[in-house]
Design a protein around this ligand. Structure first.
Ligand code: GLC
Ligand code: CA
Length: 526
């Protein structure tokens, strides 16, 4: 596919979590063949790009976000031929292919790390972040990893510690090493040559660790201490310039956005970093702090900050968050209405919408009966940490169920047959038991379904440039559960109104007249 400048602004991106999307060979694990089988479904939905979570060779400590070989496909997912078949079939349907790049760290089983840990003076010794022990023999500093526990691991062969901001099986790569950087860029060049249209770049705010005194060593989390340092921005610019910009490939960085300046730094076109950014917020923080008021404030501020020179990635769900209808909506009484309302909010905001698999069906959170039923490394560590901090097993389980990334990772609900039509055998993670009620087959037959609503929204966005390029203006009180705004372009104005509560609300708006036409509503028949 050839790409015009700024083509990413018009996309609607669908995120596939390959392990849970569709099992093509009946082993209970989603795979590339299954993804190819479902391309017609995606075409019917109307999306124009697929971002697939990592499909590279991986021991799966963190479900593919620990890569042991960037040039080959995970056996469980298929072969390189299967990937090429997916690419070709997607392109034939006008769907761009976006790969997930995990470049902050590799798997500890990657050949580079296997060599690096052997000695202090081999070709790969300096590909990772190694430090001598502290004078007492302990870790070089007190940094903690995102998944719990210390961020340093001792290796006797070298008599040194290596840094891992995530699991200990995910050692951080050393971007300060020029040779390592070039090798990393070769990975991107390889996939560019394979015809990839863009990249989502994983956990990329921490390339420059600032351990020469610029990072705050007293902060417990390395990822807060060194986020967004100058060197990180410099390396991102170098990467983009050398790999993705020449062909206008799309880039979205998963970054740590603490304030508007960070958002500007990562996404201003004039800086030459990413086209847009996905801000990472830990689920527990999002659960505790989200509110319609916060949404309004953020949307407005971010709009003002980025409207001249930046762009927004819009998403309410991904593989690291609880299901959006359970988190921001009501997955019981107003399940249908709130699933549709969130879809309307997603597609009418300025920015590129990201739809996470199953969101278009209103899929909900799960509650597995025991911690042993969970798969996610983060959930398991969370549970252990809560117990250590004095919680009862019951409390620890309840909170782990709420924050678990597995909420979003249960298999897609394709139909009401056994295993939800995802697989002919027992899936790697249980299917949500509401699959007989919530599934794609049923929703494709029902004109009032969440699926049909998403389909209409995506079509509207394609046909009406006002939804992509229109100005944005909030037109609701700062307080309260109503989020309403207009989008305007060349004399045309659209109004989008969302009620984030279970009660009826009133909204005064002077532009609504007898002539105002209702385009779409989230109640039956609208
Ligand atoms: C990102 C991914 C997450 C992964 C982590 C480490 O936040 O989205 O799933 O665990 O990075 O790679
Ligand atoms: Ca399979």
């Amino acid at each position: 596919m050839r790409h015009e400048k700024d083509w990413y602004k018009e996309l609607v991106i669908y995120q596939i979590y390959p392990r849970s999307f569709m099992d093509g060979n009946g082993d209970g694990i989603g795979d590339l063949k299954g993804m190819t089988q479902k391309l017609d479904y995606l075409k019917e939905l109307g999306i124009t790009a697929v971002w697939m979570s990592p499909v590279y060779a991986s021991p799966n400590v963190d479900n593919g976000y620990d890569i042991s070989d960037y040039f080959s496909i995970m056996e469980e997912f298929g072969t390189m031929e299967d990937w090429e078949e997916f690419r070709d079939q997607a392109h034939q349907r006008g769907i761009a292919v976006i790969m997930d790049l995990v470049l902050n760290h590799s798997s500890d089983l990657h050949a580079w790390f296997q060599e690096s840990k052997k000695s202090r003076d081999n070709e790969f010794s300096d590909y990772y972040i190694w430090r001598d022990p502290a004078p007492d023999g302990g870790a070089p500093n007190k940094w903690l990893s995102v998944f719990g526990g210390g961020a340093w691991e001792y290796v006797p062969e070298r008599g040194q510690y290596y840094l891992h901001f995530f699991a200990k099986e995910q050692p951080d790569l050393n971007w300060d090493n020029k040779e390592a950087r070039e090798k990393i860029f070769d990975i991107i060049r390889f996939w560019n040559d394979k015809g990839v249209d863009g990249y989502r770049v994983d956990a990329i705010s921490y390339l420059d660790k600032g351990m020469d005194g610029r990072a705050d060593m007293s902060e417990p989390f390395g990822t807060s201490s060194c986020a967004n340092l100058e060197g990180t921005h410099r390396y991102i610019r170098e990467m983009v310039e050398k790999t993705t910009r020449p062909d206008n490939l799309m880039t979205v960085g998963e970054v740590n956005i603490r304030n508007l300046q960070d958002a500007k730094d990562y996404t201003s076109a004039s800086r030459g970093e990413f086209d847009m950014a996905i801000g990472f917020v830990p689920p527990i923080v999002e659960i505790k702090t989200w509110s319609p008021e916060r949404f309004k404030k953020e949307v407005k501020e971010q709009y003002e900050a980025l409207k001249e020179d930046g762009w927004w990635a819009r998403f309410f769900s991904n593989h690291d968050k609880p299901r959006q209808v359970s988190l921001y909506g009501d997955d019981r009484e107003y399940w249908l209405e709130s699933a549709k309302m969130l879809g309307c909010y997603l597609h009418t905001l300025p920015g590129t919408p990201f739809v996470y698999q199953g969101e278009e069906l209103g899929m909900t959170n799960i509650q597995l009966p025991s911690i042993n039923d969970y798969d996610d490394i983060d959930t398991k560590n969370y549970y252990k940490t809560m117990l250590k901090e004095g919680a009862s097993p019951k409390e620890a389980l309840a909170e782990s169920q709420m924050v678990s990334r597995d909420n979003a990772r249960t298999p897609m609900q394709w139909d009401d047959s056994e295993n939800g039509g995802f697989s002919s055998c027992r899936p790697w993670l249980p299917v949500n038991e509401n699959y007989t009620r919530i599934n794609a087959k049923q929703q494709m037959e029902d004109q009032d379904s969440v699926f049909r609503f998403y389909q209409k929204l995506i079509a509207l966005r394609k046909e009406n440039p006002v939804l992509v390029h229109g100005d944005f203006k909030l037109c609701c009180p700062e307080e309260g559960p109503v989020i309403a705004y207009t989008r305007s372009l060349e004399g045309e104005t659209w109004l989008a109104v969302h009620n984030f509560s279970g009660q009826e609300q009133k909204l005064e708006h002077d532009q609504v007249t007898e002539e105002t036409r209702v385009i779409l509503g989230n109640y039956k028949g609208q």
